[in-house]
Design a protein around this ligand. Structure first.
Ligand code: ATP
Ligand code: MG
Length: 139
């Protein structure tokens, strides 16, 4: 295992519910280093580009609507084995199936409104990081 980075989003539901601070606290308490962070309100084109891998899925329109309904907080997180570690802290995609104590269990409402995003592999982490952050924004 070596130091790895992953890309994370606090989704619009968690931001509007006032859970940004609690999620950032959990990130730091679980040993991640926040290498970059910003709050933005995505356009439909930006959200669609980010989730382009899902564009043929039946829930794509709903997903784009949700991701653009309010601001999100985007981060680059660093830790040993960060991609898996962040997905473990988030829990299962569907909050009803997520383990107790995970962020989606704590702050997600349903499979569509599930509080957080995390990259699922090194190639998607690289794509998603470059989609949101320039090299000048990592520190
Ligand atoms: P994310 O990519 O957001 O971290 P994930 O990797 O756990 O989530 P994906 O299969 O990549 O799950 O789905 C991307 C997002 O699309 C989910 O987080 C969820 O918000 C939404 N989504 C997935 N499946 C459904 C569904 N059946 N109905 C509605 N929305 C869904
Ligand atoms: Mg995914």
């Amino acid at each position: 295992m070596s130091l790895q980075s992953t890309f994370a989003i606090i989704k619009p539901d968690a931001v509007s519910d006032g859970n940004t601070g609690k999620i950032i606290a959990a990130i730091e308490e679980n040993g991640f280093r926040i290498a970059a962070m910003k709050k933005i309100h995505l356009s439909q084109a930006q959200a669609g580009g980010f989730y382009a891998v899902h564009k043929e899925r039946p829930f794509f329109g709903e997903l784009v609507e949700f991701m653009t309904e309010g601001p999100v907080v985007c981060m680059i997180l660093e830790k040993e084995d960060a991609i898996k570690a962040w997905r473990d802290l988030m829990g299962a995609t569907n909050p009803e199936q997520a383990a107790e104590g995970t962020l989606r269990k704590l702050y997600g409402a349903n499979i569509g409104r599930n509080a957080t995003h995390g990259s699922d592999a090194e190639d998607t982490a690289a794509f998603e990081t470059a989609f949101f952050f320039s090299n000048l924004e990592h520190c």
